[in-house]
Design a protein. Structure first.
Lengths: 113, 113
């Protein structure tokens, strides 16, 4: 079956621009996670959804970052007024429940100039 | 001090060698994951374990909960095993609201023919 998909795969933004990153989880997966991976680093947690409820957003680095999953399936991570330090790979993962194996998407590589 | 530490950071091996990557963590966990990431590629889950030992093909993962330590072993290593191997722990309590992963910085493995 289809895995987790993310779009766009690559995004170049000018500093100050708003961006929206999309994640399509595996159908039926209740849990959805967003992670940020800076170059040469391990991923870091951003936020977690169980169905449409955002249960943990403790990893969002600033109020410029906003995530939603309004119907409990597709999720969007929005970054407002992008800064150069936002340049990273943004990874989405889903799992049947939060306690099972997480399946990762290919990531969106964001470059802010 | 990072909550999840891996060693070594870089490892070069000759084809056929037995490889061990270590992971130590300092937080309470419900499960530990071993993940594989190829350069420019997505993340693939290799193992999720909460006790004992798991084996899949040439890969073996062990965990010692009392010592807060896990190891990933690769037997008869092959150049196609070259990748970054990441240890991640699930910090969520069983049944709790947060099941985010906390990642180590990864071990870059290069297996030479």
């Amino acid at each position: 079956g289809a895995g987790v998909s993310q779009s766009p795969r690559y995004k170049v933004a000018k500093r100050g621009q708003d961006v929206a990153l999309r994640c399509d989880p595996i159908s039926g997966h209740v849990s959805l996670f967003w992670y940020q991976q800076a170059l040469g680093q391990g991923p870091e947690f951003l936020t977690y959804f169980q169905n449409e409820a955002q249960l943990d957003k403790s990893g969002l680095p600033s109020d410029r970052f906003f995530a939603e999953r309004p119907e409990g399936s597709v999720s969007t991570l929005k970054i407002q007024r992008t800064q150069q330090e936002d340049s990273a790979v943004y990874l989405c993962a889903s799992s049947k429940t939060g306690r099972e194996t997480q399946y990762f998407g290919p990531g969106t590589r964001l470059l802010v100039l | 001090k990072n909550e999840v530490e891996q060693s070594p950071q870089n490892l070069t091996a000759q084809e056929g060698e037995f490889i061990t990557i270590n992971c130590s963590y300092s937080v309470g966990i419900s499960a530990l994951h071993w993940l594989q990431q190829h350069p420019g590629g997505g993340i693939v889950s290799l193992f999720m374990l909460s006790s004992g030992k798991k084996k899949h093909g040439r890969l073996i993962a062990t965990i010692n909960i009392q010592e807060k330590h896990s190891s990933l072993h690769i037997t008869a290593s092959h150049p196609r095993d070259s990748a970054v191997y990441i240890c991640a722990v699930c910090s969520g309590h069983y049944g709790g609201a947060t099941n985010k992963l906390i990642f180590g910085t990864g071990t870059l493995l290069a297996v030479q023919p």
